[in-house]
Design a protein around this ligand. Structure first.
Ligand code: THU
Length: 130
């Protein structure tokens, strides 16, 4: 299964009764394995989690820590970029040059990188004097 297919497939399971906006994400670990995640909303709105966070949790739970490729799919007019928080979460486990494909369910694609989505990111070097 391709990363895009994996993201499309898991999107079907998204729990999004409040926004009605289902999102699917798939990340590839260094091992080559694919990990999937979907958004999981909550009646207490801020408690909801994004698709990207779910995919990262699955990768970590499987014992991996390095992402080599990312795909996010939503039913939107144009490819949906990850929210700011998810950019930082992805950057924790993906190098700047890791490719990320943002896609619509209709097949429109935007190919970019983790670094391009989060220039000037906060990283461990900023804590050198701590
Ligand atoms: N959402 C994601 O899961 N990932 C994104 O990249 C953008 C937004 C979810 C959060 C919420 O459940 C719904 O989309 C609307 O914001």
């Amino acid at each position: 299964m391709s990363l895009l297919q994996a993201a499309r497939q898991v999107r079907e399971n998204a729990y999004a009764p409040y926004s009605r906006f289902k999102v699917g994400a798939a990340v590839r670990g260094k091992s080559g394995k694919i990990y999937q995640g979907c958004n999981v909303e909550n009646v207490a709105y801020p408690e909801g989690t994004c698709a990207e966070a779910g995919a990262i949790a699955a990768l970590i739970a499987a014992g991996e820590t390095e992402i080599t490729e990312i795909c996010v799919v939503a039913d939107s007019a144009s490819p949906v970029p990850p929210c700011g928080g998810c950019r930082q979460k992805l950057a924790e486990f993906a190098r700047h040059d890791v490719p990320i494909t943002l896609a619509t369910t209709e097949g429109e694609r935007l190919d970019t990188t983790v670094g391009a989505l989060l220039p000037g990111r906060f990283d461990i070097s900023h804590m050198d004097r701590a």
